[in-house]
Design a protein around this ligand. Structure first.
Ligand SMILES: Cc1ncc(COP(=O)(O)O)c(C=O)c1O
Length: 390
């Protein structure tokens, strides 16, 4: 859906038609079903001859408003919203793949996505081959006659690596693969994979889209023929976003641009501070000149995002000590919140992997991930500084 309005304006002005009460701000439609005028109205609505809400597992005005905004922001044709980001990822694969199909994916994907590929999809005879994030030349050699999807996240979680979207699209088009991108770390404000040729873009709306650590949500947007398949799968299997969460997320989108601008401003300052510290071995942030893919990040992202990864000197012990010494930032599994959050992947989310397996997804023992929030940046830096020195 191409629009001539600015991103910030769409985020605010795309809105459901007002009800008979002429409300300024969209109300909540907390209803599980909708009513029909007569038998013919009900028949025609079920036959999809009319665009009407039937049942909130299929659609709901709050969910539709949220979807319409993300569709416009990503430049997509249509979309469907889910209870969580993982529901969006699972339903997309469930709808688009058949037994015997094959996926090529970056190895550095979100942990639950990795479990989906390795533990669950093989139950339906769907296999995945992985390429390392810094070895994109390897991708073509992994493609088989039954490969259907090329899948990636960029920036990656938690190591903030960057993958060239233009290159992924070239490979996908050459081999007639569907290109699916998890755009969670960037949000549509910073990066629009569809402009680079992606067929489907997925988000965990739980992160920067909500932005305040309140609700879970997910969405898939993209080509309308593919979304139609995802919609039909989801309408029957039931992973729909709740209208209440959709209402919150649609309101959150009104402030996405200003929030993300400030997150990125703070994150760059945090990254620059960390780079100047003697007991920090390296810092990875897409808009730091020292990032190995700085030029690609500049090409495909508006700003660098809110996640900074760095390696504290001293391995697992030093990483844990750093977390123990944190005063203000939260120790929490979420990211993209107003509150800054620090995590130590080697001792938590990725502790079950061997050191070699961790290194394959760029996680070194001392790696710390900071989700930079919206507190005053001086206070965030002060907290990190004292934790590094303690
Ligand atoms: C990149 C990425 N994709 C997907 C997800 C899953 O989202 P959710 O927790 O909303 O299911 C996450 C969650 O952290 C994530 O970071």
């Amino acid at each position: 859906m191409k629009s001539n309005k600015h991103f910030e304006t769409e985020a605010i002005r795309i809105q459901n038609k007002r009800s008979q009460f002429s409300e300024h701000s969209t109300p909540m439609y907390l209803t599980s079903s909708f009513v029909f005028d007569d038998a013919e109205d009900m028949r025609a609505s079920f036959a999809e001859e009319k665009e009407k809400n039937l049942y909130s597992r299929f659609s709901n005005p709050n969910t539709t408003e949220f979807v319409d905004k993300i569709v416009a922001m990503e430049g997509a044709e249509s979309g469907y919203a889910f209870a969580t980001g993982m529901a969006a990822i699972f339903s997309t694969f469930g709808a688009l793949l058949n037994s015997g199909d094959h996926i090529v994916s970056v190895r550095s994907v979100f942990g639950s996505t990795h479990s989906l590929f390795t533990k669950y999809l093989p139950k339906w005879n769907i296999e995945t081959s992985y390429f390392n994030v810094n070895d994109v030349d390897e991708i073509e050699s992994l493609i088989q006659t039954n490969t259907k999807i090329l899948y990636a996240e960029t920036p990656t979680n938690p190591a903030v690596d960057i993958i060239d979207l233009e290159l992924l699209n070239k490979i996908a088009k050459k081999h007639k693969l569907l290109l699916i991108i998890d755009n969670c770390f960037a949000t549509p404000y910073l990066q629009k994979p569809i402009e680079f040729g992606a067929d489907i873009v997925i988000h965990s709306a739980t992160k920067l889209i909500d932005g305040q650590g309140r609700v879970l949500g997910g969405i898939a947007v993209g080509r309308s023929d593919l979304i139609r398949e995802i919609y039909l799968f989801s309408r029957n299997t039931g992973p729909a976003l709740s209208p209440f969460n959709a209402w919150i997320l649609s309101k959150s989108l009104e402030t996405l641009a200003v929030r993300v601008d400030k997150h990125c401003e703070n994150a760059l300052k945090v990254a620059e501070f960390l780079e100047s510290q003697l007991n920090v071995n390296w810092v990875k942030y897409p808009f730091l000149r020292s990032h190995p893919k700085y030029e690609i990040a500049k090409k495909q992202m508006k700003l660098g995002g809110n996640i900074v990864a760095f390696e504290v000197n001293g391995g697992i012990k030093a990483g844990r000590k750093f977390l123990d010494n944190i005063n203000m930032c939260s120790l929490s599994a979420n990211l993209g919140d107003t509150r800054s959050i620090v995590t130590h992947p080697a001792s938590t989310t990725h502790s079950k992997l061997s050191e070699q397996e961790r290194l394959e997804v760029s996680i070194t023992d001392g790696l710390v991930r900071v989700s930079v929030g919206l507190e005053h940046v001086d206070d965030i830096i002060k907290d990190l500084d004292q934790a590094l020195k303690a």
